[in-house]
Ligand binder design. Structure first.
Ligand SMILES: Cc1cc2nc3c(=O)[nH]c(=O)nc-3n(C[C@H](O)[C@H](O)[C@H](O)COP(=O)(O)OP(=O)(O)OC[C@H]3O[C@@H](n4cnc5c(N)ncnc54)[C@H](O)[C@@H]3O)c2cc1C
Length: 452
């Protein structure tokens, strides 16, 4: 008869501080929540989610205006309609309605001068033709809808900078529209085209053309994650981060975590990493040389969203359109836009930088842009305040075209399942909830089978 002997690591923990599960999921955002619910409810696997904040949902964030009580989504806005979105929201009895663009006026303003400008392309037919050409071009690459399983050789057009791609195919008039979807990559004209397609791909273009985005009928996207949180209950450890991850090809993985009430040891058959696998995020994992050489290559964007009060008149959206630059795209760092939320006084915003920024840097960027608008007399002077500021960094994870050509993604994907570890999340496929749930879905049978 054999007797289970506790490992040295285990001996440091009281029995109530040792959690044993089939799968430990790091990160409780869109993909971590999806995987946890599906693995537990549909694959009959025990799970625990490690989430550093006090809530599920990640980039999905909702603010409740204390004046009116109305919700304002200032992260994820809408989902691309399709079976995966219907199935997952349906299990929480969330009914969906088409996301309708409200009939607010759009003003084009150079945020540096604060003055109105005429956008570079105004002819709807020419813009539509350029977008049509873009759509026809990206139809060549349906495999991108499932992530980065790239053919060999990789199509050369995907590795061109997007600026060169635009010039090659004469789709200049589509650039400002594409930028509104792809600005999270930073400098879109100097980014490999593959990343533009991953942020404005076939299903997203179709959704734009056919009104194919949906939102919960209650108009607050966090509803999904609140309901998932209630379902998962104690299987989520909030306010918790990993301290040390001991991984093994065979046997149990041992993950030491810091919870608000002290350290705990998680023993799990498999690990699912859903957080962006930057070198910094992966520090507790004691990476081998090969893993480090991949994860050290990421470049990413510093990205903030939030809500201002009283900066811009109601019923108006303003888009940053900088005179004198290529396609009048604003130079980094920039505030992309102020969009009217539908709630009196409140506009949402996004800010983009390819360098690191502090909260104070972003606040000062926003307030100086708003001051420029009132100083220029574009809008009446007001006393704007930043109601909410939310840091979504790191976003737009990308590597160089040379690295992609040298097989970066083949090497990255080959990590799946090694050392007891699987991966999903925004670094692994196009950064849309529906795409990432689809990517995650494809992994789940393999994870469930491996975690027996
Ligand atoms: C502002 C914004 C708007 C968007 N709008 C849309 C949209 O309208 N429609 C759409 O389809 N997609 C949209 N997206 C894309 C969106 O990123 C993805 O849909 C999705 O949120 C990515 O899921 P994820 O699980 O990879 O990451 P996340 O949802 O970010 O989840 C990661 C989770 O891990 C947690 N975490 C991070 N580090 C650690 C750590 N070390 N330990 C423990 N936990 C950690 C985070 O707190 C977070 O909860 C938007 C993205 C952003 C940023």
């Amino acid at each position: 008869m054999s007797i289970a002997v506790p490992s040295i690591l285990e001996r440091g923990f009281a029995s109530q501080d040792i959690i044993t599960r089939d799968v430990v999921i790091i990160g409780g955002g869109a993909t971590g929540t999806y995987a946890a619910v599906r693995l537990r409810e549909d694959f009959n696997k025990s799970v625990v989610v490690i989430e550093k904040t006090g809530r599920l949902g990640g980039h999905t964030e909702t603010y409740f205006d204390p004046v009116t009580g109305y919700p304002v989504d200032y992260g994820v806005q809408a989902w691309v309609d399709g079976p995966i979105v219907r199935n997952f929201t349906g299990r929480f009895n969330i009914s969906l309605v088409p996301a309708v663009s409200p009939p607010f006026a759009t003003d084009y303003i150079d945020f540096k001068t604060g003055k109105h400008v005429i956008p570079p392309f105004t002819n709807a037919t020419i813009i539509g033709q350029a977008l049509g050409t873009y759509f026809q071009l990206i139809l060549q690459w349906p495999f991108l809808a499932e992530g980065y399983n790239l053919p060999s050789p990789i199509p050369a057009d995907l590795l061109l900078t997007f600026g060169d791609f635009v010039n090659k195919y004469g789709i200049q008039a589509a650039v400002p529209t594409i930028w509104t979807f792809s600005q999270s990559v930073g400098d879109i004209l100097n980014t490999p085209t593959i990343y533009i397609v991953q942020t404005f791909g076939i299903s997203e273009v179709q959704a734009v053309l056919e009104n194919g985005f949906v939102v919960p009928a209650d108009h607050f996207n966090s509803e999904l994650y609140l309901k998932a949180s209630a379902l998962l209950g104690a299987d989520v450890l909030y306010g918790t981060t990993t301290i040390d991850v001991a991984r093994h090809d065979v046997g149990l993985q041992q993950i030491t975590v810091q919870t608000p009430t002290g350290q705990k040891l998680i023993k799990a058959k498999k690990i699912l990493v859903t957080i962006p696998p930057t070198a910094d995020n992966m520090k507790p994992f004691t990476l081998n040389h090969h893993e480090s050489s991949l994860f050290n290559q990421w470049q990413y964007t510093t990205y903030y969203t939030g809500i201002i009060r009283n900066g811009v008149p109601d019923d108006v959206n303003v888009i940053n359109t900088q005179s004198g630059t290529e396609f009048d795209l604003p130079t980094l760092p920039f505030v992309q836009e102020f969009s009217f939320s539908g709630v009196p006084g409140l506009h949402t915003f996004h800010t983009v930088s390819t360098k690191s920024q502090t909260d104070a840097d972003v606040e000062s960027l926003i307030l100086s842009d708003l001051t420029a608008m009132s100083s220029a007399g574009t809008f009446p002077a007001s006393s704007p305040s930043i109601e909410v500021l939310s840091n979504h960094t790191p976003l737009g994870l990308r590597v160089t075209a040379d690295s992609i050509a040298a097989g970066f993604y083949a090497n990255l994907y080959a990590l799946q399942g090694l050392k007891g570890t699987f991966y999903t999340g925004l670094a692994w496929a196009g950064d849309y909830t529906s795409v990432l749930w689809t990517f995650t879905d494809a992994l789940l049978p393999g994870i469930a089978a491996a975690a027996t």
